[in-house]
Design a protein around this ligand. Structure first.
Ligand code: OAD
Length: 235
């Protein structure tokens, strides 16, 4: 792939779908089974913390039983081989990119396997339930919450993401419906900066018209194919 040095990759729930983790929208999606307002807002946590903690305890337990699929593995292969800048910006709160071996990963919506202490602001790796209000290992207060960005909260590290997009030659979006901002707006930002844009998804996303190119198919197929193509000249 000539003239490509710096790559930003945005991933969404579609990349983990074939690992058995529910997507959010569409038939059988998580937001069909739960109302966002009940489980994924700061107001919900204030109103009914048990319901919210139980929901995230179940999700945290479930993701630990899942495995990375060939799409995660292909991105890890690209990360290891790519000399230029590369940033995998994921909206996913699972750890499948990391478990596949990727290193340059930024979790803009937080991580299921982190606890955030609202008393002392410490973040701690957390694999256990929170329903019984365990104490924060840093300060001892019982003020832990899932380190997941809820609706109405600001996603993490936006400055770093925008600065990576500004210096990118290629922006690739994988397995995301393009329904949730600010991530859904990255393609437009990239286009306006003259960055080449590519979409890999099962079906066209809401912002599909903004992409120079769209390749439709299952992530476990289209992602490894694309990575092979990108790495081909280096072989
Ligand atoms: P969505 O559930 O909105 O979209 C998943 C996308 O993946 C859809 O476009 C599907 O067509 C596609 N897809 C499904 N299976 C696929 C497969 N096997 N291969 C490739 N693509 C596939 O999930 P996101 O776009 O990630 O935010 O959702 C964005 C945010 O909305 C999430 O991070 C979450 C949610 O509310 C927060 O919780 C803050």
């Amino acid at each position: 792939m000539p003239d490509i040095r710096n790559i930003v990759i945005l991933t969404g729930a579609g990349i983990s779908a074939e690992s058995g983790i529910d997507t959010f929208r569409g038939g059988g999606g998580l937001w069909e089974q739960h109302r966002v307002e009940d489980v994924a807002t700061p107001e919900a946590f204030e109103r009914d913390p048990d319901l919210v903690l139980r929901f995230y305890d179940m999700r945290r337990e479930a993701i630990q039983t899942k495995l990375p699929n060939p799409a995660h593995e292909a991105l890890a292969r690209l990360d290891a081989a790519w000399d230029g800048d590369l940033l995998i910006v994921t909206q996913n709160v699972d750890d499948l990119h990391e478990r596949a071996g990727a290193r340059r990963v930024l979790h803009m919506h937080g991580e299921h396997l982190n606890a955030w202490c609202t008393a002392c602001d410490a973040r701690t790796r957390w694999t256990e339930p929170m329903i019984d209000r365990p104490a924060c290992p840093a300060c001892g207060q019982k003020a832990l919450r899932p380190d997941v960005v809820w609706f109405g909260e600001m996603p993490y590290e936006m400055d770093r993401i925008y600065s990576a997009i500004r210096t990118a030659d290629l922006f690739v979006s994988i397995g995301t419906s393009g329904a949730v901002y600010p991530a859904a707006g990255f393609v437009r930002d990239a286009r306006q900066l003259g960055v080449r844009t590519l979409e890999l998804n099962l079906e066209r996303s809401e912002g599909s018209a903004w992409f120079h190119e769209t390749r439709l198919g299952r992530a476990s197929e289209v992602v490894p194919e694309w990575v092979d193509e990108v790495l081909a000249p280096a072989r």
